[in-house]
Write a protein that binds this ligand. Structure first.
Ligand SMILES: NC(=O)c1ccc[n+]([C@@H]2O[C@H](COP(=O)([O-])OP(=O)(O)OC[C@H]3O[C@@H](n4cnc5c(N)ncnc54)[C@H](OP(=O)(O)O)[C@@H]3O)[C@@H](O)[C@H]2O)c1
Length: 289
């Protein structure tokens, strides 16, 4: 297959290029053009005529999205629409990457995993812009797959975030006498290597719709931190705190675990537990300075 990948030098994009290397790839970075520019993405689609377009391009600094609402919607909503229009024009399949942050805005926080069929309810601008983008994809491109994932870590580090949580925690643990980390936001950390491998399987099968893909299990930022330090052999004490004790510009979901109903219905294996994924990541990444 010929596969065009936007954001190909990003955290997920980098692992997608590896997982899909048996295919003919057309990698696009922001240096090639802006996903919010319809003429650009349409021209590339018409030039290369890929069988599949994978859109990972996103503005994902969650707090910055609150201040830069227009940019968030331009990249995450208009950009998704443009990718969908380009895919529809050449009758390609569009695989669009979305997020657990389309959930979590209900008055009473959820305590059971969100299913693919559940109604989105974002609690911040990033989530709202991604939700709007997902809506465009569903309306515009007949042959689409929306892959929702959560808290990504990968060897390339999130370009948009200047690294990832694992790297940040290891760095801070080496610099500070103790870490204070939020313990009332629960999610499923996901290794981009595992996510990319599953996307490689999903594009081979007949499936259109929303699919949740995360590593198995769930934890809070505090629990994630304790496991990172344990696996990295660092003894820095970690103190659990509440979201109220760590004010951030954007509100975060208290619970955004994604259920894997679609994966099960398709007979696809679950991804490994997040702890195993973390171990794989740390082994490959080597000591983080
Ligand atoms: N990271 C997470 O925790 C997380 C969690 C759930 C879902 N997701 C979703 O997963 C996808 C990939 O995330 P990631 O962690 O791989 O992020 P990433 O490393 O920041 O990759 C995003 C890529 O998009 C590019 N990009 C940004 N604005 C663009 C634009 N206007 N036009 C074209 N390209 C643009 C970025 O380039 P520059 O960096 O050079 O601007 C980067 O290469 C995103 O759709 C995100 O919403 C991420």
């Amino acid at each position: 297959m010929k596969i065009l990948i936007t954001g190909s030098d990003g955290q997920l994009g980098t692992d997608l290029c590896i997982a899909l290397k048996k295919h003919e790839l057309v990698p696009l970075t922001i240096g090639d053009g802006d996903i919010a520019d319809l003429a650009f993405i349409k021209a590339r689609a018409l030039k290369h005529r890929p069988d599949v377009i994978i859109n990972t391009a996103s503005f994902l600094r969650v707090d910055d999205c609150e201040d830069q609402r227009e940019l968030a919607f331009r990249v995450n909503s208009l950009g998704a629409r443009n990718a969908a229009l380009a895919a529809q024009e050449i009758k390609a399949k569009l695989v669009h990457i979305s997020t657990d942050y389309v959930f979590g805005g209900e008055a009473v926080p959820r305590s059971t995993p969100y299913l693919e069929e559940d109604k989105p309810s974002p609690c911040n601008v990033y989530g709202a812009s991604k939700q709007e983008g997902d809506g465009h994809v569903r309306r515009v491109c007949r042959n689409h797959v929306i892959v929702r994932s959560s808290t990504l870590f990968g060897t390339a580090g999130a370009m948009g975030k200047g690294g990832n949580f694992v790297e940040t925690i290891i760095k801070l643990a080496k610099e500070r006498p103790e870490l204070r980390v939020v313990n009332d936001q629960v999610f499923s950390p996901t290794y981009t290597h595992d996510l990319a491998a599953k996307i490689a399987q999903i594009i081979e099968i007949e499936f259109s719709g929303i699919i949740h893909v995360t590593n198995s299990g769930a934890c809070s930022w505090y629990e994630f931190t304790v496991e990172i330090l344990k696996q990295a052999g660092l003894k820095t004490p970690v103190v659990p705190i509440t979201s109220d004790q760590f004010p951030q510009k954007a509100k975060r979901p208290r619970y955004s675990v994604l259920g894997h109903g679609a994966l099960q219905r398709l007979g696809l294996d679950d991804l490994p537990p997040w702890q195993e994924a973390l171990a794989d990541y740390l082994k490959l990444k080597g000591p983080i300075q």
